[in-house]
Design a protein. Structure first.
Length: 100
């Protein structure tokens, strides 16, 4: 698993999960690519605890993570076989919202 710290710039209004319930925010996705690649891929998480299910990694979904007072969450991404070899990867966060 990869440990990441994610910052919520709207933390004064609520957690990602709360904002997804009360505002136009629908989801918060992680994207990744190997350094030098052009295409980004949406991050999936692998549920090793249960049936090995694969699901889109959505930071706004109910997940049990906590944001601290400053809007940071420390999360673990179970990457499964995504990074089967060593390399340098880039990560980015995307928010998906309802249109105005």
């Amino acid at each position: 698993a990869i440990e990441m710290s994610i910052f919520n710039p709207s933390h004064q209004r609520g957690t990602f999960e709360k904002l997804a319930k009360e505002t136009r925010l629908n989801a918060v996705y992680i994207w990744y690519r190997e350094l030098g690649d052009v295409e980004w891929a949406k991050a999936y998480d692998f549920d090793d605890d249960n049936d090995g299910a694969v699901f889109v990694f959505d930071l706004a979904a109910p997940n049990g993570w906590t944001e601290d007072f400053y809007g940071y969450s420390n999360i673990f991404w179970n990457v499964g076989e995504i990074f089967s070899s060593d390399g340098t990867f880039e990560l980015k966060i995307e928010t998906a919202c309802d249109e105005v």
